[in-house]
Design a protein around this ligand. Structure first.
Ligand SMILES: Nc1ncnc2c1ncn2[C@@H]1O[C@H](COP(=O)(O)OP(=O)(O)OP(=O)(O)O)[C@@H](O)[C@H]1O
Ligand SMILES: [Mg+2]
Length: 262
């Protein structure tokens, strides 16, 4: 199952991606985490890994990718054949405790150009990737909804939006829900950094409360590990339940489509 993890800046996308990846792997699943955020450098630390090489390097680097795209008037296909998790070359992933991490590409220096090259390669990669029932790909996206515009979500089975207690996040829950529906993808929310005070208000204001798949509180251990760039060691109960839920959806998955509700 391929899952996009999205939401507004700082809502907890990378945190939930890491916790979920670890929980899925502990249950014996093979997990591929795809760092699709060109700007941030937190995810590999939360997973306790070094940053692997930019995957655009496999196609000769960002400049070559952009050239191929321009010369072909944006029709260039980077993957002639479908890939499995085993086909990812060693140079472009790191592995720890059953979790493989790959990185689409980071912006390394000023004036190096936009991140279209990374976006295009990852969009095509996700579409081409074939997974077995016990394999999961979790895509930690950049903040906002540009990934929908790029079409990367067309290749996934499910959209998971992380919603923190802010007006912007709650507004965005409608936009993300509508965008996911417009491409026929099931979507669920994970309410994050929830407190006693905000829980009820979040359920009242999120666009489709029935799509809330998990509710994770503000956790001081997660906050401390996050703040110091340490590997996340917590096993929060809501993430365990979210893992059960995704596993049950994956087992019901027919072909490439997910059915079922919370
Ligand atoms: N449930 C939680 N309890 C306490 N702190 C949390 C929780 N979830 C996330 N955080 C903290 O909030 C901050 C932002 O989290 P994170 O980096 O996962 O967000 P993000 O959505 O990936 O951000 P970005 O948009 O910058 O990629 C981090 O310092 C993290 O440790
Ligand atoms: Mg992040």
């Amino acid at each position: 199952m391929k899952v996009t993890i999205c939401g507004k800046g700082g809502c907890g996308k990378s945190t939930v991606t890491s916790l979920l990846a670890k929980a899925l792997a502990r249950r014996g699943n093979e997990v591929l985490v795809i760092d699709s955020d060109e700007s941030n450098y937190g995810l590999h630390r939360q997973l306790g890994m070094e940053l692997p090489g930019d995957f655009t390097g496999y196609f000769g680097g960002k400049e070559n990718v952009l050239n191929d795209m321009l010369l072909s008037k944006f029709t260039h296909q980077f993957f002639q054949e479908t890939w499995t998790m085993k086909d990812i070359p060693e140079k472009y992933y790191n592995l720890k405790d059953g979790v493989k991490l790959m990185v689409s590409g980071k912006i390394h220096q000023a004036n190096e150009g936009c991140s279209c090259a990374m976006g295009t390669v990852m969009t095509q990669f996700v579409q081409n990737l074939r997974l077995a029932e016990n394999q999961f790909a979790l895509l930690d996206m950049e903040a906002g909804v540009e990934h929908f515009g790029r079409g990367i979500d067309n290749g996934v089975d499910l959209v998971l939006m992380i919603v923190d207690p802010s007006y912007e996040s709650l507004q965005l829950s409608k936009k993300v829900g509508e965008l996911a529906e417009s491409i026929g993808k099931p979507f669920y929310y994970v309410l994050n950094k929830v407190t006693e005070d905000s829980r009820e208000m979040m359920y009242e204001n999120v666009w489709r409360p029935e799509q809330v798949a998990a509710c994770l509180g503000t956790d001081s251990a997660i906050m401390k590990e996050g703040l110091t760039g340490k590997e996340l060691s917590e096993k929060p109960e809501p993430i365990e339940r979210l893992t059960d839920f995704l596993l049950s959806l994956a087992s019901k998955q027919e072909g490439s489509h997910v059915t079922g509700t919370v």
